[in-house]
Design a protein around this ligand. Structure first.
Ligand SMILES: [Zn+2]
Length: 101
């Protein structure tokens, strides 16, 4: 038989016990290739890269429709990143100014 409670714990005692129960935020690294969040020391599930090298061919496992969509996304991401590197002032502009252009 387990322990039987004989005395009541105060709110403070209860709260102090529970102060250690919070879940820690999982740390995520950023993929070198696609800038998505990946688990550290794991292959990127999206692009199959690890250590700046293609480890698994992710596209081979996708069907034609998915493949097309993925390639399109990749191209869009690359152009977006290229622009970001070229003009850092772009990030300082507010959305209203961007929509005018
Ligand atoms: Zn990736």
């Amino acid at each position: 038989m387990g322990g039987v409670q004989t005395q009541r714990h105060t709110k403070g005692k209860r709260n102090r016990r529970r102060s250690h129960l919070a879940l820690k935020k999982t740390f995520l690294a950023v993929c070198d290739k696609c800038d998505r969040e990946v688990l550290p020391h794991h292959i990127c599930a999206y692009c199959g890269y690890y250590n700046k090298r293609e480890v698994i061919d992710v596209l081979a496992k996708l069907d034609k429709k998915e493949k097309k969509k993925r390639l399109k996304e990749e191209a869009a991401a690359q152009t977006a990143r290229g622009e970001h590197k070229g003009g850092e002032n772009m990030s300082e502009l507010n959305p209203e100014e961007l929509s005018k252009k």
